[in-house]
Design a protein. Structure first.
Length: 168
């Protein structure tokens, strides 16, 4: 194959992939009317299990309630974000909730709901230490959202040794 043909093939392939990825995000947005979509809720619950390892309650029912409460706090956060930030977050979540986006951006094969904590942690670590700034930024955003939402609840403070705000 000639170099010129190879370059043309690369450009056309890149354009097709960009259009397909954009179409997938438009068809499955991460936010619907300013709130987390069902697939984004599953994504954050899965991320919570992996990121908050060791701080979640040991009891399965209590853990499930803590994760659901965390997802609700994330939903509240999203509603209060500026519209441009909501749009960027919706794109990120929409991409991560599609199989190609999840595989390409996070390096995770199974659906978020089916992935084990070990698989999700490995995907997050690959994002965290990636040579691509986009993957690192996505990791940092997801990590901060999950951590902030979980630790904003007083019931989580004791587990991490935070005594609470000082009385003034």
């Amino acid at each position: 194959m000639q170099r010129r043909s190879l370059l043309k093939l690369g450009l056309v392939s890149g354009a097709v992939l960009a259009l397909a990825g954009g179409a997938a995000v438009l068809l499955q947005p991460g936010l619907e009317q300013g709130r987390l979509s069902a697939s984004a809720r599953v994504l954050f619950a899965s991320l919570g299990r992996a990121i908050l390892q060791g701080t979640l309650p040991a009891d399965a029912q209590a853990r499930s309630r803590a994760l659901e409460a965390m997802v609700e706090r994330i939903d509240t956060l999203v509603v209060n974000l500026p519209v441009p930030v909501q749009a960027e977050l919706s794109q990120l979540l929409g991409l991560l909730c599609t199989a190609p986006g999840r595989l390409g951006l996070a390096g995770l094969g199974p659906d978020w709901a089916d992935a084990t904590e070990t698989q999700v942690r490995a995907a997050l670590e690959s994002m965290r230490f990636s040579s691509l700034a986009l993957r690192q930024q996505a990791y940092q955003a997801l990590h901060e959202i999950v951590g902030g939402a979980y630790l904003s609840d007083e019931s989580a403070w004791a587990v991490v040794g935070y005594p609470g705000p000082l009385a003034l």
